[in-house]
Design a protein around this ligand. Sequence first.
Ligand code: HEM
Length: 503
Amino acid sequence: MMAMNMGLLEIFITFICFLVFLGFLYHKKTPKHLPTNWPVLGMLPGLLVHVNRIYDAITDLLEASHMTFCFIGPWHSGTDILITVDPANVRYILSSNFDNYPKGMEFQEIFEVLGESIFNVDSELWEDMRNSSHAIFGNQDFQRFWVSTSVNKLKQGLVPILANAAEKNILVDLQDLFHRFLFDTSLILMTGYDPKCLSIEMPKVEFSDAVDGVADGLFYRHMKPVFFWKLQYWIGVGVEKSMRRGIAVFDQLLEKIILAKREEIKSHGIRGSKGEAMDVLTYYMTIDTTKYKHLKPSNDKFIRDTILGVLIAAKDTTSSALTWFFWLLSKNPEAMNKIRQEINNKMPKFDPADFDKLVYLDGAVCETLRLYPSVPFNHKSPAKPDVLPTGHRVDENWKVVISIYALGRMKSVWGDDAEDFRPERWITDSGTLRHEPSHKFLAFNAGPRSCLGKKLTFLQMKTAAVEIIRNYDIKLVEGHKTEPVPSVLLRMQHGLKVSVTKI
Ligand code: HEM
């Protein structure tokens, strides 16, 4: 028995030595800027070494490999990924050959938490979801409802907290405040219900923690074999534990709200039907199914998925953008002064009709989303094998990832100052906002699946920026570290600690 054990041990040690030897061989042959493709483990070790700065590591990699790179995962793990930011590939995948790049089965499996929400469906159901979402988000009454809800929350929620912080010299975490601001406004707009999380008492916001946990879990699912994350989810360990907890929080909150809304409609009819704006939940519960044949207004699970999708789409993207926006401005006081001057000169009194005059502010918002896109990457799978404009072949069901974060920083796309925050790059010689094609400025996606909330985002970000910048000076706490968390939604690892002074 002992002899047999020794035999096995020797075979095992020989095998490990062989792997290490092969590894050195491969390592020597690999160009310096690329991760080593180790036997069996593929490039995973190189990725894990950089996981805490994953966005920048991928940016360096893509800059060094002509904007397209094939990541080889561990042997037979199904985690090979073609990563590209080449604008020709981006346009091809998202627009001109859109039909060959559906969300697909693997995406739907990874993002199963979103069920049948617009982000997770294809074909006719997606078309109905898109047309119906477009109808409400593009409606002028709804857009007015959007601005008035934001203004009310700023005046009654955010400003009193900032005033208190300025008066008592208390530091605040702007990321947390923007999460609360967006949770309150988004829930009112999407469901008509105000959770009142933006208050001096700072109640715990379980929903925000749940979104963070789920978004982190979704990120790591891209790097793991399917059987592995499914096993982790089933046992409830690691990031998959947060995923389970997060789903329970979503279900609990939405179940309560859906039930209450059905009761409300039964007893009081449809609010918003007589010229007032309607919340999105009421809209979907009472939608005309002769027009949108694939929607299921009386099915609670369908309604849960629909509302959860748009709630996360509106809440976590805009809170991320606002956080990075104020961080970038606090590091670029000249840009902050220019915005303040523009607001004082062109919008002496708050009037949404004057928003279009705030061109420099528009440029600063675009610049923020170029450098810190709230959705840092897009995942696609070809339905049929294909060859991309750069000549790379992609087989059926391959993972193709477009790094929106890296695209915004490519020197070959944006010039040598790509890393700098320069709102001026968005202003034309005649003083208007420069239009950049969406396959270059990809923060809101491109092609038939481009974001339906772009206009609403600008309205809300400008409302918040005007209200805050006109009244307060924001200063970063010295030594505060700012890093993006590896996740499918970009947020700051340690929040955004600032001091606030009344102007
Ligand atoms: C900073 C703010 C925002 C950013 C950066 C952003 C970005 C994006 C991106 C990258 C996508 C494509 C996602 C994918 O296909 O997987 C998307 C889709 C979408 N966004 Fe936004 N978004 C923002 C705000 C909003 C808001 C405020 C709303 C709604 C009120 C919204 C509604 C949607 C919807 C419905 C889609 C799905 C489009 C489709 O699949 O046809 N977004 N957004």
